[in-house]
Design a protein around this ligand. Structure first.
Ligand code: TXA
Ligand code: MG
Length: 352
């Protein structure tokens, strides 16, 4: 169901920007579209304003924010040291879904970085986001515009559903093109380390750097404090499979067994990567991420698909992995974190 709200203003109107800028100048928050997901922005250099983001999202203070800029110069003004490789990445991928973590300058407030000595910065590839940051004239700190731990919003309506009355203004720029968050990298001992897979693929980064990207092991997880295991979660337990096709026969025979014993078949929903089978028989509703098996289309549909199915209040959402390459890595990372791993799987096994 869609609910209209006075808080939502179209990015096509110039009045929307003057309202947004005046809110930012007053130290308030504004939700805005980027090419990845919607962000909840505030003046990155105003600690009090940034604190409001944490309050609204119910985000723990140990989870640092990404600062959004409208130019490379603006990014460089936030960092104390910029290696040549970072310059290469900015030139090639900005504006775009790549966040770069480097040592911060002193004037970047500690609340933004959760006390870390580094700050993550990116230049979003969305005309409305760039226009907003340019008109505001200062960098904008913005996490995804969802409550902490939940699925990121890819439409203005989804932001409203997440934040409700606490959203003062939501700039509506339509559905986000990329659909999963930015790739986050940092530089360590001259190596580029992947902290979060996202809109820019590891393969593309390696091509530009002419070097391998380092995947941090479990031990170094705390290097990117926000990367908790349970994240991007729908309310319904989500169970992740390598392939759904492989379990359909088993589910079908289980359903027959349920009917024989006059046991109620659970409300199941499913996210297929490309092919959908036995919709009406086993599942109440399904979402197909990309009929043409295009991983970019799949990524752009992912969070909306999770949201749509979650609204049915199903007993379980079953999902299958994307091929583990390119942006498919980001899809699988988000599905894995949405799955709440063992807990949901145990419940699922118990049910059958
Ligand atoms: O695409 C995106 O990146 C979106 C849009 C709005 O730009 N933003 C986003 O922000 O996904 P958020 O807050 O949901 O995720 C930011 C993550 C943190 O959870 C953390 O893992 C990492 O970026 N991060 C931020 N600053 C960091 C730092 N200084 N060191 C290591 N990791 C950092
Ligand atoms: Mg987020």
């Amino acid at each position: 169901m869609t609910r209209s709200s006075e808080a939502i203003l179209k990015t096509s109107s110039s009045k929307s920007y003057s309202k947004a800028v005046s809110l930012l100048k007053r130290g308030e928050t504004v939700a805005f579209p980027t090419e990845t997901v919607y962000g909840l922005g505030a003046d990155a250099l105003n600690s009090k304003a940034v604190c409001k983001i944490f309050e609204i999202k119910k985000r723990p203070s140990f989870d640092p924010l990404i600062v959004h800029v409208a130019s490379i110069e603006q990014a460089v003004s936030l960092w104390s040291r910029v290696p040549e490789d970072a310059k290469l990445l900015m030139k090639r991928f900005w504006p775009g879904p790549l966040s770069i973590v480097l040592p911060k300058k002193q004037h970047v407030p500690d609340v933004v970085t959760s006390g870390l000595e580094t700050v993550a910065v990116r230049m979003p590839d969305h005309p409305a986001a760039l226009k907003l940051i340019k008109l505001f004239g200062k960098p904008v700190a913005a996490p995804s515009a969802n409550l902490f731990g939940r699925t990121s919003p890819t439409t203005a309506q989804a932001v409203l559903e997440e934040l409700g009355d606490s959203a003062k203004l939501i700039l509506d720029g339509g559905k986000c093109r990329v659909g999963v968050e930015s790739t986050v990298v940092k530089f360590e001992r001259k190596k580029c380390v992947l902290l979060r897979p996202g809109g820019v693929s590891v393969e593309d980064l390696e091509k530009v750097l002419k070097d391998k990207i380092v995947f941090p092991g479990k031990k170094t997880r705390h290097d990117s404090p926000g990367l908790l295991k349970s994240h991007y979660a729908p309310r319904a337990p989500l169970i992740l499979f390598d392939s759904l096709e492989e379990i359909l026969d088993k589910l079908s025979s289980q359903k027959k067994d349920f009917l024989k014993r006059q046991k109620k078949w659970p409300v199941l929903a499913a996210i297929f990567y490309s092919k959908a089978s036995r919709q009406g028989i086993l599942f109440k509703k399904i979402q197909v991420l990309s009929l043409k098996k295009d991983p970019y289309t799949a990524a752009s549909n992912l969070f909306q698909a999770i949201r749509k199915l979650d609204k049915l209040n199903p007993d379980f959402i079953l999902a299958e992995k994307a091929p583990e390459a390119g942006i498919g890595r980001a899809i699988n990372d988000r599905l894995d974190k949405a799955s709440g791993a063992n807990e949901a799987y145990k419940r699922f096994q118990k049910y059958f």
